[in-house]
Design a binder for this molecule. Structure first.
Ligand SMILES: [Zn+2]
Length: 521
């Protein structure tokens, strides 16, 4: 977002601002840069705009006088595609339609659907009429209009002033705390840090960074250090207008473990109650992880009867061994994610009929025909663009119908289905299936912020890989049934404890793994 968009978004109703940030990020994910070219407009500005093309030169651009537009109440914005930093008003219709479709998915009304005065850039909060806005405004001004709009769209956030400080504590019990000016927006985040073998982090001092991603350009709001594996952060920061903060923990020779924090992370389903505390589990993954346990992962698939390794439907041990190690990790990660992700209570894995092809970053599967029909119904899944037919293998169809699990901020699974169902022999019986391309999709409109942080703040030149995906899955409470071995750093004399653990007998490690708990509910 450019500086003007940022300035305009801050003048809008927080529910609209929140949606717009997500919409813009999702469009950016699809390679479509959009900026907010109009936001809150005063009554006088609206009157001047109304005069254009009527009593003043120019083209008619509005049907509304001062007080007659949602823009006058901060409840509407105009979004325009940008090319090379300039608005592209002549963008093709499908570009506008994409903007409209995504805005609609995020609950906004799109002017492109209006019969009377087609207004393609225009999006607004639904459920409140201009008449209601005007009458509220006469009695209580803008705050009254916003309060009514909040009620109508179910927005519970409240406007609050300014950000203050972030304070950190080394232990959960300590009470020492630097406080800001207001406790109203304070959120408590307990972070439990693990090494890549899932034991608590004992690898030494970690640098903590908290970055405000939606200040005008990411801005670091807190820096600190910790020696402990469990720390508590008190975030005395506003969370009322779609802000996103990145928490990062870094150590030498390791990738930073990070997590985005947004207001919705504090809202617990299904009651939709906002809490002030959050527990995060993050994994510190070594820069050069070993993957000797990946073989163990395959054995585990056999043990659990996973369709990924079952006779006839899966791939066999020798085919698995022949895969690139990155592909092996993708294969295991995707299996874990499908096992942990449920739709109407059933794991996605239970719909898998056979494995068709394994690539370095994705797995092509056949899913029972029943699954695709159920996908759009689940609120945790959101529509996303699909994929054309892969180049290899050549017998796979295009996969245009795509759904992405959106429950987590990072590391979502994306399934892209073939349009038509087909008859397929799997496990000795013919069944009707869709072909699907399954990958772990990093980010929910936040991948770019993530990349930006990695490339510019934490680690210039960094690129995402399966080791990072592994850490992200862990952060979601999804434990792939194998561990990632930290390799001994060359020439290092004092090994961190997590590295020494690798040398412990495998049986001891296995016993330890069995008692690991799933993500607390
Ligand atoms: Zn507009």
């Amino acid at each position: 977002m450019n500086a003007s968009s940022e300035k305009r978004i801050r003048q809008l109703h927080p529910a609209l601002a929140f949606s717009l940030r997500e919409i813009i990020a999702r469009l950016a994910d699809r390679g479509l840069v959009t900026e907010i070219v109009q936001g809150l407009r005063t009554f006088a500005e609206q009157d001047a705009l109304y005069a254009q093309g009527r009593t003043k030169p120019g083209q008619i651009v509005t049907q509304a006088r001062g007080g007659e537009s949602n823009h006058n109440y901060g409840l509407a914005a105009d979004l325009c595609p940008f090319v090379n930093g300039k608005p592209n008003w002549d963008a093709p219709l499908d570009v506008w339609a994409t903007i409209g479709a995504i805005a609609t998915e995020h609950g906004l009304e799109w002017g492109g659907t209006w019969k009377k005065f087609l207004d393609k850039p225009h999006v607004q909060l639904p459920s409140i009429t201009i008449k209601e806005c005007a009458s509220c405004h006469r009695t209580g001004g803008l705050p009254a209009v916003w309060a009514l709009a909040s009620t109508r769209v179910g927005w519970e956030g409240h406007a609050s002033e300014g950000r203050s400080v972030v304070a950190s504590r080394r232990s959960v019990t300590s009470r020492a705390l630097a406080r800001g000016t207001t406790g109203a927006t304070e959120k408590r985040v307990t972070v439990i840090l693990s090494a890549s073998d899932r034991s608590l982090w004992t690898g030494g001092t970690l640098q903590i960074t908290v970055t405000d991603l939606f200040a005008s350009g990411p801005r670091i709001v807190f820096r600190g250090k910790t020696d402990g594996a469990t720390i508590e952060l008190r975030l005395d920061l506003p969370f009322d207008a779609g802000q996103v903060y990145a928490l990062a923990f870094s150590a030498p020779r390791h990738r930073p473990a990070w997590q985005f924090i947004r207001r919705q992370d504090f809202i617990r389903a299904p009651e939709q109650i906002e809490k002030d505390d959050l527990i995060l589990r993050l994994m510190i993954v070594p820069e050069k992880p070993g993957t000797t346990d990946v073989d163990e992962g395959y054995a585990r698939l056999l043990q659990t009867g996973s369709p990924f390794a079952a006779p006839e439907t899966g791939i066999d041990a020798s085919a698995f061994a022949g895969l690139d190690v990155v592909a092996q990790m993708a294969f295991l990660n995707i299996e874990s994610k499908l096992r942990e992700t449920t739709i109407d209570g059933a794991p996605l894995l239970s719909f898998v009929r056979d494995v068709r092809h394994v690539a370095v970053d994705r797995v092509f599967l056949s899913f029972d025909v029943a699954l695709k029909a159920r996908m759009p119904r689940a609120p945790e899944f959101a529509g996303a663009p699909g994929h054309p037919a892969p180049r290899t293998p050549s017998d796979l169809p295009p996969h245009p119908d795509s759904w992405k699990h959106t429950k987590f901020a990072e590391g979502n699974v994306q399934l892209s289905f073939s349009r038509e169902a087909e008859q397929r022999e799997a496990a000795g019986s013919a069944s009707l299936v869709h072909s699907a391309d399954v990958d772990i999709d990093l980010g929910r409109g936040l991948a770019h912020a993530n990349e930006w942080l990695h490339n510019n703040v934490f680690e210039p030149g960094h690129t995402t890989d399966q080791a990072l995906v592994y850490g992200l899955l862990y952060a979601q409470g999804i434990l792939p049934a194998y561990t990632l071995d930290p390799l001994e750093p060359a020439g290092s004399r004092s090994l961190p404890r997590s590295t020494r653990r690798k040398l412990a007998p495998a049986a001891a490690r296995k016993a330890k793994r069995r008692v690991k708990k799933r993500r607390p509910s």
